[in-house]
Design a protein around this ligand. Structure first.
Ligand SMILES: Cc1cc2nc3c(=O)[nH]c(=O)nc-3n(C[C@H](O)[C@H](O)[C@H](O)COP(=O)(O)OP(=O)(O)OC[C@H]3O[C@@H](n4cnc5c(N)ncnc54)[C@H](O)[C@@H]3O)c2cc1C
Length: 405
């Protein structure tokens, strides 16, 4: 293919890693590369729960795109993708239109609310920097408001988190660290504050190692978190939630509901005419969309079946990064008329934080880790990504080095 016009949509884990790898792999005369993203920064979605709880400032989580992308090799367009027309090879942006010869779709995830009434209107989400920052400010306001109201609202200091999966538990862990500090700052008795996690499955972290899930529950309960498991959230209102457990509906008054119980692919993908499975593009083994030889899909917008379980691989940053590395290789092969390679995930395990001082994980050959060891491992994973993306400079600027904190 001669001097193709390569367009990459989204600068999340998948999009930015594809861009960074491609800018090194291809010469400036071989292709034109354009990266489109809503913001002029890349953010690490895997740190958003810390920003949302207020335990880490969002500036630590976001990385200016110009710091990792070479603008003399890549044209950066800050704009919002509205739709893709794969038949005409066009991308509609809020403020323009782009043509492409090769497209990479990396538009990430959005919250899935499963039609539960009131969640869209009243619940906070942890989807991006804006939503995380809003939740952090809301928590701060809630605590600040307490001594400024004559009659305390009964749900003022109840924080309900819907979802006891990975994101919900990581967020609750950060909250358990943050709440004592907020109480000190706003002169509130910690006994007045409730952090309540509602999970539909019989135990938290469904699908994770049961022993480690129990460890997580004990660790969080010791720090004051309450769990309501086997309970489905039925309704969210401005000042309460309703859940159902064992056929009985119960209410919890709250002014803070956080929905962390599900994500789906960016709906632009489904609305743009791609053949989808569960809202995602089930890609071929070289990461291209089934119906379009010139469209690659990466990260949470792509679906790959795990032959060993018959289920799709869960959407993770780990997979998005590995897919991006292969997509960059395959685009280079396509441009040079060489053979493309199949995607073979190399899963190195999963580690979930339980606040800054505890974690659980299963790594490499099913080794279970928890406590300090898992906390250090989580930081190693985060730091490894920074090194991969921007070398030693980015690692030193944004890395997590304090293993005792
Ligand atoms: C709190 C939390 C904790 C997590 N922890 C882990 C973990 O420990 N390990 C792990 O592997 N995974 C974890 N995940 C999952 C992981 O973050 C996602 O799987 C990963 O972010 C997917 O990468 P992506 O490149 O597909 O999309 P994203 O990282 O979501 O990036 C999408 C990009 O596209 C941009 N974009 C979106 N819409 C548009 C538009 N219309 N126009 C222009 N740009 C747009 C966004 O701004 C963003 O930059 C976690 C997720 C969350 C929320």
């Amino acid at each position: 293919m001669k001097n193709p016009n390569i367009v990459i949509l989204g600068a999340g884990y998948g999009g930015i890693m594809t861009t960074v790898k491609l800018q090194k792999a291809l010469g400036v005369n071989e292709a034109t590369i354009t990266l489109v993203n809503k913001n002029d920064y890349h953010y690490q979605a895997t740190w958003l729960h810390e920003n949302a709880a207020g335990t880490r400032h969002h500036d630590d989580t976001r990385i200016p795109i110009r710091d990792v992308v070479n603008f003399s090799k890549v044209k950066f367009v800050q704009d919002s993708v509205v739709s893709i027309n794969p038949d005409k090879k066009k991308v509609q942006l809020a403020y323009g239109e782009l043509d492409y010869d090769i497209l990479v779709v990396g538009l990430g995830f959005e919250a899935a609310t499963f039609g539960i009434p009131g969640l869209e209107e009243h619940a906070f989400m942890i989807n991006n920097i804006n939503s995380a920052r809003l939740l952090r400010d809301h928590l701060e306001y809630t605590f600040a408001k307490y001594h400024n109201e004559a009659d305390h609202h009964e749900g003022r200091l109840n924080i309900v988190v819907g979802g006891g999966g990975f994101t919900g538990i990581e967020f609750v862990g950060e909250l358990a660290n943050r709440v004592p500090k907020l109480c000190r700052e706003y002169d509130i008795d910690p006994a007045q504050v409730r952090i309540i996690n509602v999970e539909g499955a019989p135990s938290i972290m469904p699908g994770f190692d049961p022993q480690l899930a129990e460890y997580a529950m004990n660790s969080l309960e010791a720090r004051g978190v309450e769990f309501i498991t086997g309970a489905m959230l039925k309704k969210c209102e401005a000042d309460k939630i309703v859940y159902e457990k064992d056929g009985v509906q119960e209410e919890v008054p709250t002014l803070t509901t956080v929905w962390a119980a599900g994500v789906k692919a960016n709906s632009i993908v489904e609305n743009s005419g791609f053949t989808t499975n569960r809202g995602k593009v089930e890609v071929r083994d070289d990461m291209r969309a089934p119906d379009y030889d010139d469209v690659f899909v990466v990260g949470d917008c792509a679906l790959i079946m795990d032959e060993s379980t018959g289920r799709p691989y869960p959407p993770t940053a780990q997979i998005a990064i590995q897919e991006a590395e292969l997509i960059a290789k395959n685009i280079k092969a396509m441009v040079r008329g060489e053979e493309m390679e199949p995607f073979e995930p190399d899963l190195k395990g999963t580690v979930a934080s339980l606040g800054h001082n505890d974690a659980i994980g299963v790594i490499f050959d099913n080794t279970k880790i928890f406590g300090w060891k898992a906390t250090v491992m989580k930081k190693v994973i985060d730091n490894r990504y920074l090194f991969k993306l921007g070398g030693i400079g980015l690692l030193l600027k944004k890395g997590k080095f304090n293993i005792f904190y």
